[in-house]
Design a protein around this ligand. Structure first.
Ligand SMILES: C[S@@+](CC[C@H](N)C(=O)[O-])C[C@H]1O[C@@H](n2cnc3c(N)ncnc32)[C@H](O)[C@@H]1O
Length: 243
């Protein structure tokens, strides 16, 4: 069970409660996803896009409606979240959902996606090294990776991180704030992510997004598809080298 999936057990917040308070967040996510859509502008019809951590399918639906010419796969490791996602994208023929763990070997062939994106999911994962290597494996050369997550360095994050425990102590408990606080604490520092992406063979930089968000726009570099350095943590590197 993940914090956003079925429930947030440590806080006793059900997913329904959480999402009921999310109108503002939904709008913010849509604006952010509009930005992702712009980054996909150069993709050709029938190109494939993977979302890691499809969650409710909200972002996926928004993007898929903007780009009906592309093919989308939404991956999540929580069956309950995929049930929600199915409600959102089930009627879109160009969107598939997939139950799989983003920390393990992804159930896709090498170079089978032109773009991968992930929205507020990386902070859920404990082993990002393997995730980054797997994303590199399934992306085509020069493929696009967009990662949206929180940023602990933003002034708004710092103020929120310092003030929320005080509000909490004073009895203020709102699902959206709880979730943001837990997520912020789990989010890796920017420098750690920069190193992680570089080690996996991506180049690119982060830009501030809305509120506490940071948006990484990265490209898989030629280094990743050279003989030696391909997918260093996959169980059988030979099978993941480019053919
Ligand atoms: C904040 S939600 C993503 C929101 C999503 N973009 C949306 O539009 O609803 C994070 C998602 O990541 C999923 N997740 C967490 N750890 C994961 C993992 N190791 N592999 C795949 N999905 C994971 C959770 O189940 C959750 O649905």
């Amino acid at each position: 069970m993940t914090p956003y999936g079925g429930s947030m057990p440590e806080e006793g917040i059900s997913y329904e409660d959480f999402w009921r308070h999310q109108t503002g967040r939904r709008r913010a996510v849509q604006k952010t996803i509009d930005g992702v859509a712009e980054k996909l502008a150069r993709l050709a019809p029938s190109d494939r896009v993977l979302e890691i951590g499809a969650g409710t399918g909200h972002a996926l639906r928004h993007l898929a409606e903007k780009r009906p010419d592309l093919r989308f796969v939404g991956l999540d490791n929580d069956p309950k979240m995929l049930t929600y996602a199915r409600r959102n994208v089930g009627n879109l023929a160009h969107v598939e959902l997939c139950l799989a763990d983003g920390r393990e070997r992804l159930p896709f062939a090498d170079r089978s996606f032109q773009a991968v994106f992930s929205e507020h999911t990386f902070h859920h994962m404990d082993d990002l090294r393997r995730t980054a290597a797997e994303i590199a494996r399934v992306l085509v050369p020069h493929g696009l990776l967009v990662v949206i997550d929180l940023d602990r360095r933003r002034p708004v994050s710092r103020v929120f991180g310092a003030c929320y425990p005080l509000l909490r102590a004073a009895g203020v408990r709102r699902p959206i704030l709880e979730a943001a606080y837990i997520s912020l604490r789990r989010t890796r520092p920017r420098d750690e992510l920069r190193q992680l992406f570089a080690d996996a063979g991506f180049v690119g930089s982060p830009q501030p997004g809305r509120r506490m968000d940071l948006i990484w726009t990265l490209r898989k570099t030629p280094r990743v598809f050279s003989e030696q350095s391909f997918c260093p943590v996959c169980p059988s590197p030979a099978t993941s080298r480019p053919k």
